[in-house]
Ligand binder design. Structure first.
Ligand code: MYR
Length: 131
């Protein structure tokens, strides 16, 4: 059900979240308008994601419950896992530079893909529309 091409439509509190992540104001301004698009292909418990934005294009492969490495668009490296809990994808990733944890979820709400983020007490959301 997550399969498809998703384009970011709007964000909530994303600037504050990025600030908490330690991202400077110039990069935050650019990131607010990154035109993020993700193409999700799920086959059983395996996911292939094509991420594209004004910053980069990137292919990501992971299996539910299996730890993998990922670099955020600003270069911050994390390691963690996605798991399925009911209809919700739940991700838990640890930053390699400071060992702090970023949690994220993906869920479908009224035909939109809602991704939530939490880092050090700050919550944000990005909401994607299907293309
Ligand atoms: C994926 O499933 O798309 C790849 C793994 C995602 C890992 C966690 C993503 C957090 C992205 C946060 C971006 C915030 C920039 C400060």
């Amino acid at each position: 059900a997550f399969n498809g091409t998703w384009k970011v439509d709007r964000s909530e509190n994303y600037d504050k979240f990025m600030e908490q992540m330690g991202i400077n104001v110039m990069k935050r301004k650019l990131a607010e308008h990154d035109n993020l698009k993700i193409i999700i292909e799920q086959t059983g418990d395996k996911f292939h994601i094509k991420e594209s934005s004004t910053f980069r294009t990137k292919d990501i492969d992971f299996t539910l419950g299996v730890q993998f490495d990922y670099a955020l668009a600003d270069g911050t490296e994390v390691s963690g896992t996605w798991e399925m809990e009911g209809e919700m994808l739940k991700g838990k990733f640890t930053r390699k530079d400071n060992s702090k944890v970023l949690t994220t979820t993906r869920t479908l709400v009224g035909g939109e893909l809602v991704q939530s983020y939490n880092y050090e007490g700050v919550d944000a959301k990005r909401i994607f529309k299907k293309q």
